[in-house]
Design a protein around this ligand. Sequence first.
Ligand SMILES: Cc1cc2nc3c(=O)[nH]c(=O)nc-3n(C[C@H](O)[C@H](O)[C@H](O)COP(=O)(O)O)c2cc1C
Length: 198
Amino acid sequence: MFHVVPNLSAAIKAVECGVDGLVVEGGEGGGFKNPRDVATMVLLPLVRSQVDVPIIAAGGFVDGKSMAAAFALGAEAVQMGTRMVSALESPVHENWKNAIVNAKETDTVFLNRMHSPALRALRTDKTTRLENSPEVNAMAEFGKAIDLYFGGDMESAIALTGQVCGRIDSVRSVRDILEDVRREFFETLEAMSNRYLG
Ligand SMILES: Cc1cc2nc3c(=O)[nH]c(=O)nc-3n(C[C@H](O)[C@H](O)[C@H](O)COP(=O)(O)O)c2cc1C
């Protein structure tokens, strides 16, 4: 069993409870979050330095370069959420996929910092309103997910999405995504080896 953790103390507690491995997820990722978010770049090497179990890195991964970075920081695998939500085979409505493709890296909001769980989601009129009303519990205003997921009404609910939306510029098949990730991962290792070890 792998447990998702947002900080070092949760990672150590999970390992002490006997998990087989960890999903170490930084606050830039899409979805439900710890209100005290920590970026993958800080969290992943920190957790790696304190635990011996296998780590799947999550939050910000989208291609072979970012996967190589995760491996350099101590992960054995990466998990891609936003990239797969926007993949061709993903069952969500094309409005959401197109919104991810068109989004800049600054087009997500971090909601519910004063409540729990916090969430990272795509910026829309609804989520901008919630961002500007930190006293409101966003979970109470979540809305009708089915109208968003399958009806494509981007204002009906909260479209959980990570900052890496800014690095996604087309809807692609899962096969193409994975083949490119794999190829670019090895190209990156080779290029770095040639540049710094050659
Ligand atoms: C639409 C959406 C739904 C998600 N649902 C879950 C979930 O139910 N459980 C979970 O552990 N993580 C969930 N996540 C988080 C992902 O599994 C993944 O760790 C995260 O998206 C990684 O960051 P990224 O978006 O930068 O790739 C979700 C993410 C998205 C975008």
